[in-house]
Design a protein around this ligand. Structure first.
Ligand code: ADP
Ligand code: MG
Length: 238
């Protein structure tokens, strides 16, 4: 059974069609990266998978279940945003635990999961702090930790490293790769950065203007690009 299956996903905003029929099957435990230029529809596609946006047409199935009408909180997904989206008035601990608390998890279970996630992400020293007292990299680790404690079937990352400086980008990227190994979780990761795509992905989905140009393993795309666009995009890292 596929962890994620997209069938003919279309999305229009008014007269403008930004997704023009996307098909994709993601296996359990796979790390799939959506890559493509700014404005090609990556975030829109991720938001449709998360249930934050409705597709104009097509089907989304998560773990074999069609979720078109299932609200985000019931999809078994957790999303990490470029802007962290933490609550400024809550401590790191409460930011990480809020989703679980809202879904009615017992306090002891929430504490147990926060302990595991904060160890994994080296966040133990910061649990009592507010987001404003943390660096950008630490904030993004909190946002990742908040996703981890929910034990989602599917992780969704939307350009999670874009707001970090170069050194932190490398560190955080390695942490995400390590997390993927440890959790054997299925991850969908959006970026416009070729290096991130090449180093993180089991498979890369190259998007361009709302269509899939090519899907394949990084070296497959690198060695056998389907067309000039893929060759230009994967072949010329920034
Ligand atoms: P990417 O994440 O690849 O940069 P997006 O998915 O954010 O691209 O956007 C794809 C296209 O859809 C862009 O042209 C963008 O302006 C448009 N778009 C995204 N969200 C909306 C919206 N809520 N209303 C109108 N247009 C939108
Ligand atoms: Mg985007």
């Amino acid at each position: 059974m596929d962890a994620l299956k997209l069938e003919n996903i279309r999305k229009s905003f008014g007269q403008v069609e930004v997704l023009k029929g996307i098909d994709l099957e993601v296996a359990d435990g796979e790390f799939v990266v959506f890559v493509g230029p700014s404005g090609c529809g990556k975030s829109t596609l991720l938001r449709i998978i998360a249930g934050l946006e409705d597709a104009t047409a097509g089907d989304v199935a998560i773990g074999g279940v069609r979720v078109n009408t299932v609200p985000p909180a019931k999809r078994g997904i957790a999303m990490v945003f470029q802007t962290y989206a933490l609550y400024p008035h809550l401590s790191v601990r409460d930011n990480m635990g809020l989703g679980l608390k809202q879904s009615g998890a017992p306090a002891a279970e929430i504490a147990r999961r926060i302990e595991i996630a904060s160890t994994m992400l080296s966040l133990e020293p910061y649990l009592a702090r507010r987001p404003a007292e943390l660096s950008g990299g630490q904030r993004q680790r909190v946002a990742i930790g908040r996703a981890v404690v929910r034990e989602p079937k599917l992780f969704l990352f939307d350009e999670p490293l874009s707001n970090l400086d170069a050194a932190l980008r490398v560190n955080t990227r390695l942490e995400i790769a390590q997390l993927h190994k440890r959790l054997s979780a299925t991850m969908i990761y959006v970026t416009h950065d070729q290096v991130e795509a090449m180093t993180l992905a089991d498979r890369i989905v190259v998007l361009n203007a709302g269509r899939v140009e090519q899907i394949g393993a990084p070296m497959e795309l690198y060695n056998n690009p389907a067309n000039e666009f893929v060759a230009g995009f994967i072949g010329s890292p920034k």
